[in-house]
Write a protein that binds this ligand. Structure first.
Ligand code: SAH
Length: 247
């Protein structure tokens, strides 16, 4: 690492950033990933640091923090962006400014997530941070890690525009066949929790919110979770896990 002494040129057209690590995630596909990390606490992942940042010295003291900010690149988002976006929270119709949103289609494609730190694994020579409660696609390049400071950064009284509260959750059931598959897995409890938390967001596109005969698939860990939507007399949506298929 060459120590940098000169300030960066503030008028530069571009700055080069180097990933310090890469994410291994319960989310192999974008479809189904909750829209913020806290919505699926059961989501597990690892941030594997890359050389030369994988020196255990870089994370000394980090184990004493339970939450981290990760800055990362939405590497699966298009480079193209527009000044107005349609947040899913507004039903996919109303538009807000890209900088008034957490859209993944934004200039510089930078993402910011508050994630839970469960442990630090240095047993294989390098450094891997064990994460939970994240919203990161497998393979996501991470640019920086910072410890979260609740006394400075938690602002429960803050106004939050078009997303003032957590999104509504829908009920999730497991059909007998899905239960049988789950029961055979070592990670049954955590996979069940993850499926529940992911499907509670109703990941279907915004324009499909009623009952449908169609069966959807969402990939989590090494399985494809097949589900369908049912609506009761009161108009409440329930998602049913029809089967869980190994992929
Ligand atoms: N907490 C972040 C991300 C919010 S958007 C932030 O506020 O910046 C969350 C969505 O990002 C997820 O639903 C997922 O589909 C998408 N996502 C996660 N990792 C991604 C990646 N590497 N490339 C593109 N999209 C990604």
């Amino acid at each position: 690492m060459t120590p940098m002494t000169a300030p960066l040129d503030s008028t530069a057209d571009a700055f080069a950033l180097t990933p310090i690590g890469r994410i291994e995630s319960d989310y192999p596909d974008k479809f189904g990933i909750p829209r913020q990390p806290g919505l699926a606490p059961a989501a597990r992942g690892r941030l594997v640091l890359l050389p030369p940042y994988d020196d255990p010295l870089t994370v000394r003291g980090l184990e004493a923090f339970s939450y981290l900010w990760l800055t990362f690149v939405f590497h699966h988002s298009p480079e193209r962006w527009t000044p107005l976006v349609r947040p899913p929270r507004l039903g996919g119709n109303a538009k807000v400014g890209v900088f008034a949103s957490r859209s993944t289609h934004r200039p510089n494609r930078l993402g910011l997530s508050l994630v839970e730190l469960k442990g630090i694994d240095t047993s294989q020579g390098g450094v891997a941070l064990e994460l939970a409660s994240h919203d990161l696609l497998d393979g996501t390049p991470v640019l920086d890690i910072k410890p979260y400071l609740p006394w400075a950064e938690a602002r429960p009284e803050a106004s939050a525009g078009f997303a003032p509260d957590a999104p509504p959750q829908c009920a999730v059931d497991f059909a007998a066949e899905a239960e049988t598959t789950l029961a055979q897995r070592e990670d049954a409890a955590s996979l069940r929790a993850l499926i529940r938390q992911v499907l509670a967001q109703d990941p279907r596109p915004a324009y499909r919110k009623g009952a449908e005969t169609r069966v959807y698939g969402v990939r989590l860990r090494d399985v494809d979770v097949r589900f369908r939507a049912l609506v009761n007399e009161a108009g409440e949506t329930r998602l049913e896990v029809v089967e869980i298929v190994a992929v």
